[in-house]
Design a protein around this ligand. Structure first.
Ligand code: PLP
Length: 360
């Protein structure tokens, strides 16, 4: 039985989505209209913060949020290397110099110790990535004395104790790319924060550096969430908790069927309600395991085999003499296995059997 890497489908929602899109077309407001305003309010309430600013995508969200937090050209911003490249790209686009920190290969997240090792007097912000749907230790990171920006692109709906990812740091960013836990039908993103000033600056930056569309007080971006995507997100946001529950159910099924006998299972951080954007295990011969799975038509993929500090565009920021052993280990051993809101017990069993048959 073939098992795709992404076991998620929006088929059941298509009639409602089509209807909502038709209403936007009829309404004639396409940019910064009532749908964006309503989504911003609804998403802020869901996350548990005062402000949400809808932007064009999750990469721009990072650039805009860092600038709104006061990062200026030449300032250092600490970022993990083991993340999607856009985390670091967003910091570079803000004019910052990214300084890579290591991660804990068990949670795939940065830690207070790995961040401390990368801090200098020029550190202006920390980008804490809630990777794969896990949650970084934001409270401890916030005690290090510089603003923490959560990159929550992969963690919509995750919680740390009772608070949502996105409400834990000074500000947070989200991506609503179609594969994300809360998807739209194209590109979309958001910045969330409790800080009135940061929200005001983010709003200004997403519209060319202007508050009133007449006076331009700084050079910003043309990066808005559009009305079509906001209308889609308003239909799908109420489904997010149920979808994440289904993802956690699939993770439990992997454990119940003893996947842990064959690979190292993902580990939710202490107090975290993981949302399994990706179900990422570790195996010392991960590429061979991927081949075994692919021969049985089971989707599996290594996302960051070459981490950001070794990518051609961003290797220039690689630390001099400072090692990133957790990053190297995670990069070498990680492998995403099938996950989604509709992963059946039979599919989980099939994946576990295939991993067992590998015996590598
Ligand atoms: C961790 C992380 N940060 C940032 C982004 C960028 O989001 P977008 O693709 O919406 O620009 C992504 C998207 O995949 C991501 O996974």
């Amino acid at each position: 039985m073939a098992v795709p890497l992404f076991a998620t489908s929006l088929d059941a929602y298509k009639p409602r989505l089509a209807q909502a899109l038709a209403e936007v077309v009829d309404g004639g407001r396409y940019v910064l209209g009532p749908q964006v305003e309503a989504f911003e309010e609804e998403f802020a309430r869901y996350i548990g913060v005062r402000h949400c600013v809808g932007v064009g995508n999750g990469t721009d969200a990072i650039t805009i949020a860092l600038r709104a937090l006061g990062v200026r050209p030449g300032d250092e911003v600490i970022c993990p290397s083991f993340t999607f490249y856009a985390t670091v790209e967003g910091a570079v686009n803000a004019g910052a110099t990214p300084v890579y920190c290591d991660i804990d290969p068990q949670t795939f997240c940065l830690t207070p110790d790995t961040v401390r090792a990368a801090m200098t007097p020029r550190t202006k912000a920390i980008v804490a990535v809630n990777l794969f749907g896990n949650v970084a230790p934001i409270a401890e990171l916030s005690e290090l004395g510089v603003p923490v920006l959560e990159d929550s692109a992969q963690a919509a709906g995750a919680k740390l104790y009772d608070a949502r990812a996105g409400a834990l740091g000074h500000a947070a960013t989200f991506s609503f790319f179609p594969s994300k836990n809360l998807p739209c039908l194209g590109d979309g993103g958001a910045v969330t924060t409790d800080d009135d000033e940061v929200a005001k600056l983010a709003r200004r930056l997403r519209f060319h550096g202007s508050d009133d569309k007449k006076t331009f007080v700084e050079v910003g971006y043309n990066s808005r969430l559009d009305e079509m995507q906001a209308a889609v997100l308003r239909i799908l946001l109420p489904e997010l908790d149920g979808w994440n529950e289904a993802r956690r159910g699939a993770a439990e099924a992997y454990e119940r069927h003893d996947l842990g006998e064959h690979v190292e299972l993902p580990e939710p951080a202490a107090g975290a309600e993981h949302v399994y954007h990706l179900y990422v295990v570790r195996h010392r011969r991960a590429d061979e395991l991927r081949e075994v799975l692919s021969a049985r038509e089971i989707g599996a993929r290594a996302y960051y085999r070459v981490p950001t500090h070794l990518q051609p565009a961003t290797a220039i920021y690689a630390p001099d003499g400072r090692e990133l052993p957790g990053t190297d280990e995670a990069a070498r051993t990680h492998l995403a296995l099938p996950m989604g809101t509709q992963l059946s017990d039979d599919s989980v069993r099939e994946v576990v059997q295939a991993c067992a048959s590998g015996s590598i």
